[in-house]
Write a new protein. Structure first.
Length: 423
């Protein structure tokens, strides 16, 4: 069958890489794609939120499956757009309905869902511009550090963790009255700080059944030792060494099952990924947030470990028959290191030539912010190229990734050299 992947980052290149290996895939399209997807698929210059152009492409190319990479089209309702259109309703879309996507699109909605289904998470309250003073009073009841979250989508950068109460009050005002994160911070969730170590768990559900994909740990801060500004992610390690069988059983019983059952109980149409951001507090897991798609750069470490045919897996999602498939996982560790443009996550330049890609061996190259200019590959984003390596443990795998990154070159290239420091 013909398949379309929506998106242009490292996550989408990884989807394309796995889908292209499947005998079930005839022709693969990626919209808009990048320099990496161009070598294994047909890139189509369409925006992920231009639903009518996507419809025209699907009909013209007889596409039977659409895999949605980023959150924006999901939050805007692309799945509903397909299910309500007579010409599109039989196309399998991997991604939840607009209602399901609210789990990521609204922090408040997610918190209310967690509390309704007794899923362990931090205490919280929500505030708007008219209740700024109440928000400041609520901050007084908490101990430092203070966690402020923009309610809407802010490209992974709408969370502030602050040590000083006065700074927290000022930032609350900044977010609500000065619109620090634009429309995303018209409402702000303040929640108690949970002290522990974070991990991500990925679940694929067909709306009735689910499979649990490998765990991963990503590194969000730009600076070594987890310092500096938040980014979209500087690298990932899978599996997470401390997530042993006992801990994973707790996650399944206390978090995954109640999440999937909650979606069923509330009649939320959900066929796609649930990315659960967790924190291990003592010996117990608590939910920090939900995302409604795969993470990036976690996808680049998690999906290469999935040995089961990805298209077959997605067909089972469409048929609601995930209980009929056995997920086969590579038991080795996978590590992904992200190279980024100088200046990222603040101002950075694009259009820098990238060399050395062809000299990388024993690792997989996933393109993120790249594009082709003639026969040259140039930078086209903040996060540029991810290098994924396998080995029997994450330290050996990291060593391979770092050795291969040494062969890559573009102006002002930067990457973190301390991934796994907390494991």
């Amino acid at each position: 069958m013909n398949i379309l992947v929506l998106g242009s980052g490292g996550r989408e290149h990884t989807f394309a890489y796995k889908i292209a290996q499947s005998e079930l895939c005839s022709t693969l399209f990626v919209a808009p794609g990048n320099a990496g997807t161009a070598s294994i698929a047909i890139n189509v210059p369409i925006s992920v939120t231009d639903f009518s152009a996507i419809k025209n492409l699907v009909l013209k190319e007889d596409i039977k499956m659409v895999v949605v990479g980023p959150e924006d089209p999901l939050v805007l309702g692309i799945t509903d757009y397909f299910t309500k259109d007579d010409q599109l309703k039989n196309v399998v879309v991997i991604g939840p309905s607009k209602e399901g996507a609210k789990l990521e699109g609204s922090k408040e909605y997610a918190k209310e869902f967690l509390f309704r289904h007794n899923i362990p998470t931090a205490a919280y309250q929500s505030f708007t511009a008219t209740t700024v003073e109440e928000g400041k009073q609520f901050l007084e009841t908490l101990n430092a550090p203070y966690v402020l979250k923009a309610d809407g989508l802010a490209a992974g950068k709408g969370v502030l963790i602050l040590q000083d109460i006065e700074e927290a009050k000022n930032e609350l005002e900044n977010m609500l009255t000065n619109k620090k994160f634009g429309a995303a911070s018209e409402k702000v969730v303040i929640e108690e700080f949970l002290d522990g170590i974070e991990l991500s768990v990925f679940v694929l559900t067909d709306g009735k059944n689910y499979v649990t994909l490998p765990t991963a740990k990503d590194y969000k801060r730009i600076g070594e030792g987890d310092t500096g500004l938040n980014t979209g992610g500087m690298g990932a390690i899978s599996p997470v060494p401390f997530a042993d069988e006992v801990f994973m059983t707790k996650i399944e019983e206390q978090i995954i099952k109640p999440t999937v059952n909650g979606l069923i109980k509330e009649n939320i149409d959900y066929k796609g990924f649930v990315f659960i951001g967790l924190i291990k507090v003592g010996d117990d897991p608590k939910v920090i947030e939900y995302n409604v798609r795969m993470g990036d750069p976690e996808t680049e470490a998690v999906l290469p470990r999935v040995k089961t045919d990805l298209v077959a897996l997605f067909k089972h999602v469409g048929d609601q028959s995930l209980d009929k498939i056995d997920l086969e996982i590579d038991q080795r560790s996978a590590t992904t290191v992200m190279t980024v443009s100088g200046g990222y996550p603040e101002a950075y330049q694009k259009g820098k030539e990238i060399t050395g890609i062809d000299s990388i061996s024993e690792s997989i190259v996933f393109h993120a912010g790249t594009k082709l200019e003639g026969d040259k590959v140039v930078t086209n984003g903040g996060r540029v190229i991810a290098i994924t390596s396998f080995d029997e443990d994450f330290r050996k795998a990291l060593k391979k990734s770092y050795e291969n990154i040494e062969k890559l070159h573009f102006d002002k290239m930067y990457y973190r050299k301390d991934l796994g420091f907390d494991l």
